[in-house]
Design a protein around this ligand. Structure first.
Ligand code: PMP
Length: 428
């Protein structure tokens, strides 16, 4: 970088604005599943700006929709009728699986979860909330109060009383040896125990697959089992689909559908991929819950015509091209390939996930001890090889996160897996 962008970044932006890589990247453009940096290097993108690139970089339909709408008017989203907002809300309400659904648009996942909390706490007249250990729900004052992942929860002061439930991670600790059914039963016992010792909570908020937490994979049916207990206590279920929505997990359009035996969640929150990089977040809830607020509440920039136009074009492409099916097929091949590599690299404890949401957990060989240094080393080596991936995890960021745009081809999956294999094999 010729103009010391990094130095200027450090001198004017907060220290806590995390950057990847010893020598941070400046991404200047993208196309399909590739991005380029300011020095002209090309990378296969297996992280998509933390899952914001849902379909492909520079998808022509999205670029065109944004340019056309921006050419007509760039405006706030409130006080006047907004055709694009009504259209996207209609599509999302239909896809949501929630009966009599209403949709509210925000600018981010954080604001979506904040809104879900506003609804749930008002509806239930309680500021006690259940969240999962190791969770991430955003960066606002209330969202960090739900975030069990200590690495991303920079204050212990919270307007909520939050109780944390087991169910995310079982790489290590007392839950590790349990089979799926036993694990679910143990987590349900833990939930019942919490409910027996607290004021009635408003809601349980959970990511079906924990994103920042390292793409953990709870057994199918865990949240259905939770739901039965929650229903008995009148507690709402908020499914945070910010990372798992839009077919990312291949088998399902929403992550909660792997846990659907007892019906859909009361509230779904979404963000990231739907705008393909444009800032769209939102909340879906049945009318009775959405309409429980007794005063006005608007978001000046939530659902502007430009972002809604991007969302509509992006969603149309996703559905027409069956990119969920592509995520299932190509993701399945990628998981298989990475599992074969894992069998030969002692540092890889587990390859988990589904669709194009794949976690690779690294431990010190022969132990259960998380190895965040190995994760950082693989991230650097993959970058040198021309591949961008993410990392995450619980108290230690010892998992690699793989979440390419959903249009990934088989050839690109193989190319990325080969680069990752070299990076993993280069570990000492
Ligand atoms: N929920 C989940 C599951 C997330 O992964 C994130 C972002 N990483 C958020 C909420 C917050 O979204 P945003 O950064 O758009 O505020």
């Amino acid at each position: 970088m010729t103009d010391d962008l990094l130095g200027r970044h450090r001198s004017v932006l907060p220290d806590w604005l995390a950057l990847y890589y010893e020598e941070p990247l400046e991404i200047t453009h993208g196309e399909g599943r590739h991005v380029w940096d300011s020095e002209g290097n090309r990378y296969l993108d297996f992280f998509g700006g933390i899952l914001t690139t849902m379909t492909a970089h520079a998808l022509p339909e999205v670029t065109k929709a944004v340019a056309e709408q921006a050419g007509r008017i760039i405006h706030s989203s409130t006080l006047y009728l907004n055709r694009q907002m009504v259209e996207l809300a209609t599509r999302i309400a239909q896809l949501s699986g929630i009966p009599d659904a209403r949709v509210f648009f925000t600018t981010s996942g954080t604001e979506a979860n904040d809104t879900a909390l506003l609804l749930a706490t008002t509806y239930r007249r309680s500021n006690t909330v259940l969240a999962m250990r190791n969770s991430y729900h955003g960066r606002s004052f209330s969202a960090v109060g739900l975030t069990g992942n200590r690495g991303w929860s920079p204050t212990s002061l919270s307007p909520l009383q939050t109780l944390y439930v087991h169910g995310g991670v079982r790489t290590r600790g007392p839950y590790a040896p349990l089979g799926d059914d036993e694990f679910i039963a143990a987590c349900v016992d833990d939930l019942k125990d919490l409910l027996g010792h607290t004021r009635p909570p408003a809601a349980l908020i959970a990511e079906p697959v924990q994103g920042v937490g390292g793409f953990t994979s709870p057994p199918d049916g865990l949240y259905a089992a939770f739901r039965e207990v929650l229903n008995a206590h009148g507690v709402l279920w908020i499914s945070d689909e910010v990372q798992t929505g839009w077919g990312r997990t291949g088998d399902h359009f929403w992550g909660w559908q792997a846990h659907a035996q007892n019906g859909p969640p009361d509230i779904v929150t979404f963000a990231k991929g739907i705008g393909n990089g444009m800032s769209i977040g939102g909340v879906v809830a049945r009318a009775e819950i959405m309409n429980c607020l007794d005063s006005n509440s608007i978001s000046t920039f939530g659902g502007t015509q430009v972002t809604m136009a991007a969302g509509l074009a992006n969603l149309t492409h996703l559905l027409e091209q069956d990119l969920q099916g592509n995520a299932r097929r190509v993701g399945g091949l990628l998981i298989e390939r990475l599992r074969a590599v894992a069998a030969q690299v002692p540092a890889v404890r587990e390859v988990r996930g589904r669709g194009l949401m794949i976690g690779v957990e690294l431990t010190k060989p022969g132990t259960d001890e998380a190895d965040p240094r190995a994760a950082s080393a693989v991230l650097e080596a993959a970058r040198r090889g021309g591949l961008l991936i993410g990392k995450g995890g619980g108290h230690n960021t010892s998992a690699l996160r793989i979440a390419p745009p959903l249009s990934l081809t088989v050839t690109e999956a193989e190319e990325g897996a080969t680069i990752l294999e070299h990076a993993l094999r280069s570990l000492p």
